[in-house]
Design a protein around this ligand. Structure first.
Ligand code: GDP
Ligand code: MG
Length: 180
C-alpha cells in the first residue's frame, strides 16, 4: 500500500567546505565525482527502509546558494530555515570556525522555528583527517546536549556513518510523529 505521508524534507546547513554536498552524494548513491558535477539539481531523493518501514527523504543542499542570494534578497535567506521537516547541521572536525558556525545556525533555527520541536542532527564530518582534528568528540557531544539535538561523527570520504546519519534522521522524524 502506497502512502505519501512518509516523505520528508531534510535541509543541510553548515559552512562552505565542511562536506555537505559530499554527504548528500554518498547518501544519494552518486559514486563518481563527474556525475556529481553534472548533477544540476541540488535536491536528492531516496527511500530508506528503517526498522522495517519505508520513508522517503528529500535532501536539500541549497544552503550556500541561498546564502549568496541573501545578500540581495532576505526572503530567500529564510527559505531554507522554513522548508525543512528535519535539519542536519554539519561542521568539520578539522575546522573550529565551522563548529562555532554550527552553534549559530542552531540558534538561528530555534529563533525561526520557535514553536516547533524540529528534529536536528549535529554532524562532525571528516573523521578520517585524524591528525588535523580541532574539535574533539566530547565537545561535539556536549554541544548537542546543550542544543538538545542528536549527534554523530561521519567521514563522507570513507562513507563512514553516512547511512547511520540518515537512518537517525528518519528515527527522529518518526519519534515526533508518534508523539503528536
Ligand atoms: P560543502 O561546501 O559543505 O558542500 O563541502 P563539499 O562536500 O563540497 O566538500 C568540501 C571538500 O571537502 C571537498 O574537497 C571534499 O572532497 C572534502 N570532503 C568532504 N567530506 C570529507 C571527509 O569526510 N573527509 C575528507 N578528508 N574530505 C572530505
Ligand atoms: Mg556544497
Amino acid at each position: 500500500e502506497e502512502s505519501c505521508e512518509s516523505l520528508y524534507r531534510v535541509v543541510l546547513l553548515g559552512d562552505p567546505g565542511v562536506g555537505k554536498s559530499t554527504l548528500v552524494s554518498v547518501f544519494a548513491g552518486v559514486q563518481e565525482k563527474d556525475s556529481l558535477e553534472q548533477q544540476r539539481d541540488d535536491t536528492f531523493e531516496r527511500t530508506l527502509s528503517v526498522d522495517g518501514e519505508e520513508t522517503t527523504l528529500v535532501v536539500i543542499d541549497t544552503w550556500e546558494a541561498e546564502k549568496r542570494a541573501s545578500e540581495e534578497d532576505n526572503w530567500l535567506h529564510s527559505h531554507c530555515m522554513q522548508v525543512g521537516d528535519a535539519y542536519v547541521i554539519v561542521y568539520s572536525i578539522t575546522d573550529r570556525g565551522s563548529f562555532e558556525s554550527a552553534s549559530e545556525l542552531r540558534i538561528q533555527l530555534r529563533r525561526t522555528r520557535q514553536a516547533e520541536n524540529l528534529p536536528i542532527i549535529l554532524v562532525g564530518n571528516k573523521t578520517d583527517l585524524v591528525r588535523s582534528r580541532e574539535v574533539s568528540v566530547e565537545e561535539g557531544r556536549a554541544c548537542a546536549v546543550v542544543f538538545d539535538c542528536k549527534f554523530i561523527e561521519t567521514s563522507a570520504a570513507l562513507q563512514h556513518n553516512v547511512t547511520e546519519l540518515f537512518e537517525g534522521v528518519v528515527r527522529q522524524i518518526r519519534l515526533r510523529q508518534d508523539s503528536k
